[in-house]
Design a protein around this ligand. Structure first.
Ligand SMILES: C[S@@+](CC[C@H](N)C(=O)[O-])C[C@H]1O[C@@H](n2cnc3c(N)ncnc32)[C@H](O)[C@@H]1O
Length: 202
């Protein structure tokens, strides 16, 4: 059963929120200055740490964080620090028409592992629909959250494999894999358990 995400935020029961942006994202932004420009979609942005990191590192970018939880989005709005960060309450699976082919980049971090694994093909189709031609999906994938002591045995978070992500994205017409690597930075406890993958839309 899917969690009531908004209730989790209302109750402050959010162990995934580390109070700072994803270390692999921070590493990537440092190594790839002025690369993540244009409109950037951050699905399942939570309280907005990654959106803020992108907005800060790339002032000419327009990152938009979406989340199904109204409470999370209210927190994002309250914590706004940069002119270019934006937020909107939205369900990734029910995106309005204006999201269609609207984004140059998608940044993924712990949204994929939050949804039920049976919905992963739908997740990939939803992401594909938002990207412009030549748009880039960049994601950090949490491979084995179940070996982390706070993760419930039946998830979420739900683990994955590099092979599964590759298969799902390449099955969706019009994605090519551009890079696949282990990050050099991680939250405490996630060393060697995350993988960064980049796919381009044709
Ligand atoms: C594990 S949390 C990660 C949040 C954030 N990425 C972080 O690392 O702090 C998963 C997030 O995905 C959001 N979410 C779950 N299903 C969603 C959907 N269908 N559309 C948009 N957001 C969703 C939840 O509300 C939650 O904020």
């Amino acid at each position: 059963m899917q969690p009531d995400w908004d209730q989790r935020y209302r109750q402050g029961n959010t162990p995934w929120d580390k109070g700072s942006a994803s270390p692999p994202l921070i590493e990537w932004l440092k190594l790839n200055q002025q690369r993540m420009t244009g409109r950037v979609l951050v699905p399942g942005c939570g309280t907005g740490h990654d959106v803020q990191a992108i907005a800060n590192a790339e002032p000419t970018s327009a990152p938009l964080g979406i989340d199904i939880s109204t409470t999370a989005i209210t927190t994002c709005q309250q914590n706004k620090s940069y002119d270019n960060e934006q937020y909107q309450q939205a369900d990734l699976f029910l995106l309005p028409q204006q999201f269609h082919k609207a984004f140059d980049w998608v940044w993924e971090h712990t949204c994929y592992c939050a949804i039920d694994p049976s919905e992963r093909p739908k997740y990939v189709s939803a992401i594909a629909s938002t990207l412009k031609p030549a748009g880039i999906f960049l994601g950090v994938f949490y491979l084995n959250p179940q070996s982390y002591e706070t993760a419930p045995p039946d998830g979420p978070p739900h683990g994955t494999s590099i092979q599964e992500v590759e298969t799902l994205f390449l099955a969706e017409n019009g994605f090519i894999l551009e890079s696949s690597k282990t990050p050099n930075a991680w939250y405490p406890g996630r060393e060697g358990r995350e993988h960064v993958m980049q796919f381009r839309r044709l």
